[in-house]
Structure formats: C-alpha cells, structure tokens
Unconditional design. Structure first.
Length: 255
C-alpha cells in the first residue's frame, strides 16, 4: 500500500501523505497513488473540495525521495521521474474542485511544488519553504521554476533555488503565497474547505478554469473546455444531434 491516502469526509476529500519517518518524501508509488486519487475525486460529484495534508509535524514533505531517484539513469530520471511528477502535479493543479494544502511542517523541493499545485495554502508558524535541490546537485523538476514562478516573485524563487534560503510562514503570508498561518493548519484548511463546499461547485469550477487560463495554466485545453461547455448547452446542439439521428438537414435557430 502506498504512503499516500484518500479519505472522504462529507464533501471533503483529504489526500494525506503518510511516511513521516522519511519526512513524507515522495516516491514513485506515492505519485501513482496521487494520480489515481485525483481521478477518483474528479469522478465523484459528492466530493466538492480537496485538502492535501501530511502526517507528522516536522515536514509536510521534504521533497522527492532522494534514495529513489538517485538510483535512476539520466534518461530514466528525465523521462520517468521528472515527466511523471510533472504530469501528476498538473493533474492535481487542474482538478475541477478547489484544493487547499495544509502545510504542518517544512515544504521543500517537491513538497513545495506539491503545495504550489493546490489553489491555496495554510501553514503553521515555524514551518519553512525551500528549494534545496542544489544541495544534492539537481534542479527543481516538478514545476518549481514554472508554476511556482507564477505564485512567487522571481527573486524569492532565486533566494531559495540559488542561495539555499528558506522562506518563513510569516513571509509566505506577506507574499500572498499562503492564505493563513495557523497553529493547526489541518483544522484551518478543513474549515476553509467546508466554507468552499457551500458555494456553487459549477461556478467555482468555471471561475478556477478562467483564472488558470488567464495565468497561462493549460490555457489551450481550458479555452476549448469552456467553449465546449457553453456550446453544449445550446438548443442548436440538440437540433444538430437530433437531425443527425433522424437523417435530415438541421434547422438551426442560433439559440
Ligand atoms: N528523500 C529521502 N529521504 C529523506 C528526504 C528526501 N528528500 N528528506 C529526509 N529524508 C529522510 C532522511 O534520510 C532521514 O531518514 P533516516 O532517519 O532513515 O536517516 C529522515 O528522513 C529524517 O530526516 P533528517 O535529515 O534526519 O531530518 P532533519 O530534521 O535533520 O533534517 C531536512 C530535515 C528536511 C533539512 C533534511 O532531511 C533534508 O535536507 N532533506 C532533503 C531535502 C531535499 O534536498 N529535498 C529535495 C530533494 S530533490
């Protein structure tokens, strides 16, 4: 069983990293589980909001599992580890439902990238953010220089990636990267999630798509998805399909 679980509580789906002895470092198995949980959440209309959290107080996640990726050949590392991580984090970022990360401990490397794939974040005081990849001779590979760059100013990313500095919860709050700093980040995230669950899911989904398209996240697919949703509600669509079935010419009204 992978160390990444999905729990349901009413309208809330909680994704929980559960390998605190290794500071919740992400393995290929955990990425695979995250991807399949995202699919399950997307397909379940009863689940309206997602909380991403982790076991233990020392680390939300200390990044990609160094033991796992260091055994890979350069080709395997690039082709599987980096690209698979990207695909899975994109899947999380593009979920149609609002997502909140509860950062109860440090979020480094892939852990920070995981938190950045959520819509908003809550962090405990004393926790820090960092991109320590250069310490182990690699670079951020799961969107740390891309998606994260849209959420934090360039000098802040450089502070972490080039200078090895950590960003405190208080500074992350001032930068707008976290929505709240709370002694109990998980509880605070659930409270925020319960509030979001009362809003119209369809309105939230469309707003999220529009915000992402505006920010350049998957904009090609989102433009087609939004246009398709609008056109599929038209009377002309019904007429077009009916005409096809009845083997006659359609009579469109423009409604
Ligand atoms: N991959 C694999 N194992 C990791 C890990 C990672 N990214 N981060 C921590 N661990 C493991 C440690 O090896 C240790 O295992 P052990 O008890 O079997 O020796 C355990 O988690 C606890 O970590 P430890 O280093 O003893 O805790 P610490 O409080 O002294 O230091 C950190 C915490 C986060 C500063 C330190 O663990 C660290 O630098 N981790 C790597 C962070 C990183 O480079 N991430 C990007 C990876 S690409």
């Amino acid at each position: 069983m992978s160390a990444l679980h999905l729990n349901r509580s009413g309208p809330i789906a909680e994704i929980r990293l559960d390998n605190p002895d290794k500071l919740n470092a992400l393995t290929a198995g955990m990425l695979e589980a995250l991807e399949s949980h995202c699919t399950a959440i997307e397909r379940d209309p009863d689940l309206r909001v997602v909380v991403v959290t982790a076991e233990g107080e020392r680390a939300f996640c200390a990044g990609a599992d160094i033991e796992a990726w260091s055994k890979l050949s350069p080709a395997e590392f690039a082709r599987h580890w980096v690209r698979d991580g990207h695909r899975v984090f994109d899947r999380l970022a593009r979920l149609s439902k609002p997502t909140v990360a509860a950062i109860s401990g440090h979020a480094f490397g892939g852990g920070l990238e995981l938190a950045a794939a959520c819509d908003i974040r809550v962090m405990v005081p004393g926790a820090t953010l960092g991109l320590p990849e250069a310490n182990v001779g690699i670079v951020p590979g799961w969107s740390g220089t891309q998606r994260l760059r849209r959420l934090l100013p360039e000098p802040v990313i450089k502070e972490m990636a080039l200078f090895g500095r950590r960003i405190t919860a208080e500074r992350a709050l001032a930068l707008g990267f976290v929505a709240d700093v709370s002694e109990n980040a998980r509880e605070a995230a659930h409270e925020i999630a319960l509030g979001a669950a009362k809003l119209s899911p369809r309105a939230a989904e469309v707003a999220k798509n529009m915000i992402h398209a505006g920010a350049g996240e998957d904009s090609a697919a989102l433009i087609e998805a939004l246009g398709s949703a609008a056109i599929s509600a038209s009377e002309d669509r019904g007429e077009g399909v009916a005409a096809f079935r009845e083997k006659r010419k359609p009579s469109f009204t423009g409604r």
